[in-house]
Ligand binder design. Structure first.
Ligand SMILES: [Mn+2]
Length: 376
């Protein structure tokens, strides 16, 4: 049995023990609410390193999505299955809510984000540590560690941070156990070390290359297998496809506040129409999602490699609630940096744009649109 699996199973024994002993606080390590590979790898690995450092202290890694949403992250389930870890031994948003009830105070190390998102905000008493590679929101200034550095992958920060916290032998043994997750996150976030590679990523991969583990050090093969697993969306419903890589944002300006849900999908809408049998089916399901989750707008960001034109392409589709149609369209029109051009429009339900600014994924698109809205 892998030591990470043993650690996760051990938590199922330790937590009830703490409750019996009437403990009133608990530490968790929480990934971000889109729960991409990076977030999950960072949360599990960070908690495992803490466990290695001091087995008496309990840190519970939390995957910040509902348990049922893990099956849509096929890159994650693929890598976990190679480590014999299945969903049963992991902790999700429901578990965080339960832990808050059981303990009263929940102290969190947050990884791969630096501001508590809506879904976990009410269940976390305080943020005591941050390792992240997003723009610094300057919150929780007393957190320790508080590492915010530009990297391709947050996993590199976990790897490098712990190399300084443990003696060399202990570190290497612990790293060997969680390296399959950290390596996978690093490869996915840097497109096999070809894109967005920063110094901390280079440093982390130096640590990995000396490890004696099968399969996961064959970076090219691992990347290809993970990509294939991640992009396999066969059999998913529209709702599952939206939730597969999803985040919510607040847009605020002087007059108003909007609640925006944003899904990233790896196919153009044209293929999605075919996949779900018709344009109407796909649009209707997106619109129902927007209503079900009471969003002011659902935004779908697509990206894919267009073999016909021989380059990468992006689209941005909006599904606003009827009364917000003009507002949201206005934000798009004024988001000049994104170089949006209308491809299709069904007023007041749907507008599809091609996004000619290819460098901006959700991580850049959404903060930019928030700024644009704030200025209106
Ligand atoms: Mn990340």
């Amino acid at each position: 049995m892998s030591k990470v699996l043993a650690f996760l199973q051990q938590l199922r024994v330790e937590i009830p023990k703490l409750i019996r002993e009437s403990a009133t606080s608990l530490y968790v390590v929480c990934g971000n609410e889109s729960a991409d590979f990076d977030s999950i790898a960072c949360a599990i690995s960070y908690a495992y390193f803490e466990h290695v450092k001091d087995p008496k202290r309990v840190f519970v890694p939390i995957i910040n999505i509902p348990r049922e949403d893990l099956t849509m992250r096929r890159d994650v389930t693929y890598a976990l299955s190679k480590m014999d870890i299945n969903e049963d031994v992991l902790f999700f948003r429901e578990d965080l809510i339960q832990l808050k009830q059981d303990f009263g105070s929940i102290y969190a190390v947050i990884v791969d984000h630096n501001e508590l998102p809506k879904p976990s905000k009410n269940f976390i008493t305080d943020v005591v540590g941050i390792l992240d590679h997003h723009a610094d929101k300057k919150l929780y200034m007393n957190a320790n560690p508080r590492v915010l550095t530009v990297t391709g992958s947050c996993s590199s920060l976990v790897t490098n941070y712990w190399s300084e916290q443990l003696d060399k032998t202990t570190y290497n043994e612990a790293l060997k156990e969680c390296a399959p997750l950290l390596i996978s996150a690093g490869l996915l976030d840097t497109a096999n070390l070809k894109y967005k590679v920063e110094n901390p990523d280079v440093e982390a991969f130096k640590h990995y290359s000396s490890l004696d583990i099968p399969y996961f050090v064959q970076f090219d093969t691992v990347f290809k297998d993970l990509r294939a697993a991640k992009d396999n969306i066969d059999g998913l419903t529209v709702k599952q496809l939206i939730r597969k890589d999803y985040k919510e944002y607040d847009f605020k300006n002087k007059k108003n506040k909007l609640n925006i849900g944003v899904a990233s999908i790896v196919e153009p809408v044209e293929s999605l129409y075919k996949r779900f049998e018709s344009k109407e089916n796909f649009l209707e399901d997106c619109y129902s999602y927007q209503k079900e989750f009471e969003l002011d707008c659902l935004i779908v960001l697509t990206s894919w490699n267009d073999k016909d034109v021989g380059r990468f392409r992006r689209e941005l589709a909006i599904f606003p609630s009827a009364d917000k149609f003009d507002d949201i369209k206005d934000v798009c029109t004024k988001s000049v940096n994104l170089k949006l051009e209308v491809l299709d429009e069904e007023k007041p339900k749907y507008v599809l744009y091609e996004q000619f600014d290819l460098s901006s994924s959700r991580k850049k698109v959404m903060p930019y649109m928030q700024d644009v809205y704030a200025s209106i």
